[in-house]
Design a protein around this ligand. Sequence first.
Ligand SMILES: [Zn+2]
Length: 261
Amino acid sequence: MRLFMILLAFVFVFASCEEDVTEKPAEKSNPVLVQVSVIDALLQGFYDGFLPLGELKTYGGYGIGTFHALDGEMVVYNDTVFQVKADGKVYLPNDTETTPFAAVAPLLVDTAFSMQEITYSTLKDDFSTFFPTPNIFYLVKIKGEFSYMHTRSVPAQVKPYRPLVDVTATQPEFEYENIGGDIIGFYCPDYAKGVNVTGLHLHFLDESRQKGGHIIDFTLKSGTMELGYLLDYRLILPEGGDFYGGDFSIDRTDELEDVEG
Ligand SMILES: [Zn+2]
């Protein structure tokens, strides 16, 4: 019996050695969309940040979101987190600051398009002509010159937090003409309802990194749109806090439409 065990161990070791010299297939690594909390938590007014920005950046160099206490709109661009506050100005927050809601991904461009004279509503209507299916996630990156850009931000909230739809009812809005810059955001499929914003959700950062915000409307003069296909999705949820007592049984589609508009 003992001999058998030794023999078995030898065979195992030998097999392991064999495996080491065998060529492994190239590791397939799809880019992962990493999301912090869910949109229906934000709609309920759960604005306490819990994931440090320093950690968020390790999951992807491009994305959007907001900050602790809803203190502005987030644009993550080329590994840098930009904070567009309610005064319309852009700040660089510390890595120790936190987010209650964000989504980031690494930029791996699958398709690119040059675009001329297109409005946000046309892009939304025609977006299906740019991708192979509406049923996966996309990182959306547009660099261009805009004849018109309409954005908003949100002011920092104090507790007790109000629902997002009440906050955005009096949001500061900004309009710019003939401005160059970058758009970052995501397209999420219809089945992501409640988890993220379905369809397009885009944020803007001007080329001088002084202006930006959540996009309400734009007219692109000329530019390039890059899309990264995202087939891998990871959710990071808060440990405790308001989230554990939240009510996720309510359909908040109408609230979200008000917020987005
Ligand atoms: Zn937004």
